[in-house]
Design a protein around this ligand. Structure first.
Ligand code: CMP
Length: 136
């Protein structure tokens, strides 16, 4: 049965800064994702705090929000069959040192903070995250 889904990807400041935007987008496309929408933006810390609200009790929350708002990011809506899980597999483990060969974070990630990409972790969160950046 067909299960076309959308998911949100963010190319984080460490990757934008190293001009990896196009290479990462090529990885999405060559893995069968369609890029439905994309924009390069810079967000305020207050917006990062809203986006990462699920992590507000974590010790790394403030640093995480400082980081996401530290430079330009590219927010992307990806579409594919089972896109949420597929993108998580393509990204690899949160910590690049645990990520498998061939994944985006293995290839480009620097550290658990500078891990180059974010991806929605569930279909429900994908809807919320897509609305967060693309609701006009
Ligand atoms: P991301 O997928 O964007 O979701 C939350 C981010 O928090 C995660 O990627 C990591 O970059 C960052 N982070 C920092 N420290 C941790 C940690 N100890 N566990 C999980 N995520 C962390």
């Amino acid at each position: 049965m067909s299960n076309l889904e959308q998911t949100l990807s963010i190319i984080k400041p460490d990757a934008v800064e190293r001009n990896l935007e196009n290479e990462i987008k090529e990885m999405f496309k060559s893995n069968g994702f369609t890029i439905l929408k994309e924009k390069k933006i810079k967000i305020e810390k207050s917006e990062a705090e809203k986006f990462y609200k699920v992590h507000q009790t974590k010790p790394f929350y403030s640093d995480l929000c400082d980081y996401l708002s530290s430079g330009p990011i590219v927010v992307i809506v990806l579409e594919k069959e089972n896109a949420v899980l597929g993108n998580r597999e393509l990204m690899g483990a949160t910590n690049p040192k645990d990520a498998e060969e061939g994944t985006i974070r293995k290839k480009y990630g620097i550290s658990i903070d500078k891990n180059s990409v974010h991806g929605s972790d569930s279909v429900e969160n994908a809807k919320i995250e897509i609305d967060f950046f693309f609701k006009d």
